[in-house]
Design a binder for this molecule. Structure first.
Ligand SMILES: [Zn+2]
Length: 269
């Protein structure tokens, strides 16, 4: 070893020997490992909470603000719109139904999914199918296309799986909670046309069909359009199968732009 380098090594060696021993807390400081930050879903949640009071009973629902803002542009715009209520992390939605709003929250926290529809609990006026139709109306109201498309896939899959058609009340309900041009209206009017042609007349007599159409001009118009529509481009499928809306591509009932990538084309019960 050259003499200069040897002296340098000896100097540092002596310096190290003279250095006081490290205290425990200094050692801890040296070996400290940075706290691992949450990632993914936890980051999406954040820590800020919004209190939402829903319905006339002001049912309180606590929601992570960041989740609402990141998933639903409608709420993001509300938060950024400078509304006094949202600055205080609180708002009231007196016109909404707590059960339906609860389903909306379940969808958000459930990663864009809801629990399966229990068909046994579905009546023509109450239960999971009726609630899904109402939830569709809410999705349309807040322009939440992703949830609207999920509900359509979910509803059509359920009708297909259990060999059901929409009820009279369900068809009228869909028209009462949505606007002209809505995909759920298109599905309901196409279903009614299919029912008129192929379903047993004992439960869907002409009187019953007229009763559904009475007073709902938009539905009457859509049924006429549905009747004129769908031309078979597959002769092997047959007309009955070709006009059964449960068998169409799910994208037929989605609100996303035509041709856009779609993760909701399969069956979702
Ligand atoms: Zn689609």
């Amino acid at each position: 070893m050259p003499a200069t380098l040897a002296r340098t090594v000896e100097f540092h060696h002596r310096k190290l020997l003279r250095a006081p021993a490290l205290q425990f807390n200094q050692m801890v400081a040296i070996v400290e490992i940075p706290v691992e930050r949450p990632t993914g879903f936890l980051d999406q949640l954040g820590t800020e909470i919004v209190d939402i009071y829903v319905g006339s009973s002001k049912h309180q629902i606590r929601v992570h603000k960041a989740l609402l803002a990141s998933k639903v542009p409608y709420f993001k715009a509300m938060f950024e719109g400078g509304f006094m209520e949202f600055e205080q992390n609180s708002c009231t939605l007196p016109e909404e139904d707590p059960i339906i709003f609860g389903l909306f929250i379940e969808y958000l926290y459930g990663g864009g999914r809801l629990g399966p529809i229990d068909i046994e609990k579905s009546t023509t006026t109450n239960g999971p199918v009726v609630d899904r139709i109402k939830l569709y109306g809410y999705a349309e109201k807040i322009c939440f296309v992703e949830m609207a498309d999920y509900i359509m896939t979910n509803l059509v899959s359920t009708f297909h799986h259990y060999l059901r058609t929409p009820s009279k009340e369900g068809i009228r309900l869909a028209y009462s909670v949505t606007k002209p041009g809505s995909p759920i209206r298109k599905y309901m009017s196409q279903s009614l046309w299919y029912i008129m042609k192929y379903v047993d007349e004992s439960s869907w007599s002409p009187d019953v069909v007229c009763e559904i159409l009475r007073g709902v001009d938009d539905l009457l118009l859509d049924v006429v359009v549905a009747g004129r529509g769908r031309k078979s481009n597959n002769y092997f499928m047959g007309e009955k199968r070709n006009t059964d809306p449960r068998l169409y591509s799910k994208c037929e009932w989605h609100a996303h732009p035509r041709g856009a990538a779609c993760a909701l084309q399969g069956e979702i019960l």
